[in-house]
Design a protein around this ligand. Structure first.
Ligand SMILES: [Zn+2]
Length: 362
């Protein structure tokens, strides 16, 4: 019996593009790569709410095999953002940085749960000093700051809260770059309607949805990020995920222009960059020393690297940014930006080498 396709469900509709265009499989980057945004630590039990330093399994089981993969793909160094603090930091440093010098650098984090008890700014500053002295190469700040982290009075703490100043003071003195993830894609802050471009993803991941009065609005979070960067000109900030605003590159460009201490990584944003390849190319060419390669692909995998290399190195059109055609990933395809060689080498590694102190000397 013929099926009546007029009643197909959206989630069942997975069209395959019929265009025939050149395809390049770039398994190895043309310059050494520093993956400035990845996660090699122990998996938290939950991806929402407060981060946990649980004793679950490592993101990568066999570090030797990972190093072999890096050799194969031409990935020189991976920045591991899962250092946390104390004994967890030590375990990450032992497993990665100290066992494979130059191959891995670990960033620490702060225990924002401290904020529920008075005196937290000094405790966090002290923790950062401690992590710096143990060998952390930078500080990772996750999106929980601005969304879930609350102070002793139960109020949400925004990234530009003046009470955090002692932490930024330590980052400056200890020469720790701060990789900060603020907010999430703007569609995650919009109501679930037929107009929401990430509707299918949000149905699969309801914990990513922030269109609720409990959370600050997207614009407020991005304003807080800008004020943080503006008021701490001596601290190097790397705005994770294209500064949290890959959908609005004019905004990103304005910040890069206004604040020389601001950098962005491209982690987990191929979908957004690749659907505006000309605007992305213009941005990178305008600020070739301010954009850092990063994947957020954990555990690191050859296919994810190949998709990134294809995006940066070719002018291929109409390819998948995820390698899957399943509900929960975006429906559009992307096109490559074919960067010139000298820009490519900066984005791939030169920029990270300049701003992450430990890589400057190795
Ligand atoms: Zn990440």
């Amino acid at each position: 019996m013929e099926r009546d396709w007029r009643h197909i469900l959206l989630r069942h509709y997975r069209p395959e593009p019929m265009v025939r265009v050149p395809e390049h499989d770039v398994r190895r980057s043309s310059f050494p790569v520093i993956d400035a945004h990845n996660h090699l630590g122990r998996r938290p039990e939950t991806s929402s709410g407060y981060e946990r330093t649980s004793e679950s399994r490592w993101a990568v089981e066999d570090v030797g095999r990972l190093v072999a993969l890096m050799e194969e793909c031409n990935v020189e160094t991976i920045v591991n953002l899962d250092g946390y603090w104390g004994s967890t930091l030590e375990a990450n440093l032992d497993r990665y940085d100290r066992s494979h010098p130059g191959r891995f650098v670990t960033f620490c984090r702060l225990d924002w749960q401290e904020c529920s008890q008075p005196g937290w700014p000094d405790r966090l500053a002290k923790s950062l000093w401690d992590s710096a002295s143990r060998g952390a190469s930078g500080l990772k700040v996750w999106k929980n700051l601005g969304l879930w982290v609350r102070d002793e009075n139960g109020k949400v703490i925004l990234p530009d809260d003046d009470r955090i100043a002692p932490v930024w003071e330590v980052a400056k003195k200890a020469d720790l770059p701060v990789l900060i993830h603020v907010a999430d894609p703007p569609a995650f802050f919009e109501p679930l309607t037929e107009h929401n471009e990430r509707l299918e993803e949000l149905l699969v991941h309801p914990e990513w949805h922030f269109a609720d009065p409990r959370f600050p609005r997207f614009a407020k979070l991005l304003d807080a990020l800008e004020r943080l960067v503006a008021t701490n000109p001596k601290v190097t900030f790397i705005g994770a995920h294209v500064g949290g605003n890959a959908e609005h590159l004019a905004w990103v460009s304005r910040l890069l222009n206004a604040y020389p201490n601001f950098y962005v990584d491209v982690a987990a944003r191929l979908a957004d960059l690749g659907r505006q390849p000309r605007a992305t190319r213009r941005l990178v060419l305008a600020y070739p020393r301010r954009v850092l390669f990063g994947t957020d692909a954990s555990p690191p995998a050859s296919d994810a690297y190949a998709r990134h290399f294809r995006f940066f190195e070719t002018d291929d059109e109409c390819f998948s940014c995820t390698g899957t055609n399943s509900p929960g990933s975006v429906r559009w395809t992307i096109s490559g930006i074919d960067l010139p060689a000298e820009v490519l080498s900066d984005v791939y590694g030169g920029n990270a080498r300049r701003i992450i102190p430990v890589l400057r000397t190795t």
